[in-house]
Design a protein around this ligand. Structure first.
Ligand code: MG
Length: 274
């Protein structure tokens, strides 16, 4: 069942989402060739706990057969799509690093993701990141009262497929609130006018996972790390959004991150976009 949030709940969720944005910005200061993903994870955990919150992903169980997730962050490098486990991997110049971060604060979840360039990216990888980012904004624009879930997916899918990218289908966005996963599912593909109706007060995470190459993905033996089956590079951005009448309200923010990393063209895109 979809739970529509009160204004008080939404205000608390904005605080949770804001902390995720600030955590990712703190992590961004340490994203550079030579750093390990485990070092980034430690930065995030310390930052989250020092702000009175709990890392949401740490200890999360997907199923009985898979060990609980050990990290605060999901750090997914290059052909890893999502759910990469922080570890001893040393970041290299040109790596595409997707970081997903979740917190639990005052009873409510914050959940957002951003893909970081490690040093300079190749032109093709930069274009992938820009397209994924823009597709998120296209999806967010559809997240308004009276539209349907399929309108969001269709916007993301068409934007990316027109550019020749693979849109991951096996993992999807989701409702969010007291829990990380609430109804409805929010796929990054779909048909306009189809799927669950969006209602004012619904809170959802929209999170395109977009590949240079096939949309097909598979999990590693660790049970968590999801990567492209053809080794193509993947990018991932995620916003938390409240459904409103007329225009969506984005709860998460990339503002803090983009004060740390230099992406002026994105600020313009956001100003024009959502
Ligand atoms: Mg999410």
């Amino acid at each position: 069942m979809v739970h529509l949030k009160s204004q008080r709940e939404i205000d608390l969720m904005r605080e949770s989402a804001d902390l995720v944005g600030r955590t990712l910005a703190e992590v961004a200061r340490h994203v550079q060739p030579g750093a390990t993903t485990l070092e980034l994870d430690a930065v995030a955990e310390e930052f989250i706990r020092s702000h009175g919150a709990e890392p949401l992903f740490k200890g999360h169980r997907a199923s009985r057969n898979i060990p609980p997730f050990p990290g605060t962050l999901c750090t997914s490098v290059n052909d890893e799509v999502v759910h990469g486990i922080p570890g001893g991997y040393v970041l290299q110049e040109g790596d595409v690093l997707s970081i997903d971060c979740g917190v639990h604060l005052n009873g409510y979840v914050g959940d957002s993701a951003y893909t970081f360039p490690v040093g300079e990216l190749s032109e093709a990888d930069r274009q992938l990141c820009d397209a994924t980012y823009q597709s998120l904004l296209e999806g967010v624009r559809q997240a308004i009262h009276g539209n349907r879930v399929g309108d969001i997916g269709y916007a993301v899918q068409t934007y990316c497929e027109q550019r020749g990218y693979g849109v991951v289908r096996d993992l999807v966005g989701h409702g969010v609130g007291r829990k990380l996963w609430e109804e409805p599912q929010v796929p990054n593909y779909g048909r306009p006018g189809k799927g669950k109706k969006l209602k004012e007060g619904m809170t959802i995470c929209i999170e395109p996972m977009i590949n240079r190459g096939t949309h097909e993905v598979a999990a590693d033996d660790d049970g968590w790390t999801v990567r492209t089956t053809d080794g193509g590079i993947s990018a991932h951005y995620e916003h938390m959004v409240v459904i409103r009448r007329g225009a969506p309200e984005v709860l998460s923010t990339f503002h803090y991150i983009e004060e740390v990393i230099d992406v002026p063209y994105r600020r313009e895109a956001i100003a024009e976009g959502s």
